[in-house]
Ligand binder design. Sequence first.
Ligand code: HEC
Length: 112
Amino acid sequence: MPSPIRWMNAALSAAFAMSMAAGAAAEPVSERRAAELERLVRHDCGSCHGMTLKGGLGPDITARRLAGSEPSALASIILDGVPEKPMPPWRPLLSEAEALWIADYLLKDASP
Ligand code: HEC
């Protein structure tokens, strides 16, 4: 049976994506930092999630697989990791805005 919660998540992330696009000027992640974050996703995240992000030790984190996830939920996984699993916390290296930037980047399709 289709889950209304999943549908709502999708609607919420669509609304979020639009508000991000509208608020692009206020986005606290600079272009230069964005380039660094892209590199981090490729290299550091790619070491577990695969160079194409389609999965390795960590699961597939391509946009297709993550579709419907809330950016804030992904950002909190990125910041705090997954207890008892190899997904490490990135809070020492990333601000909340940067983790949210990465979540948004993954949802927009970061895979080559
Ligand atoms: C040491 C290996 C490792 C590294 C490095 C790593 N991850 Fe993970 N990641 C995992 C594992 C394992 C899981 C699955 C945890 C679980 O079973 O719930 C995971 C889960 C995730 C999830 C949740 C996926 C889902 O199904 O909802 C996201 C999003 C994610 N990682 C993003 C990242 C990002 C972004 C980076 C780089 C900043 C990163 N990971 C670096 C191992 C890693």
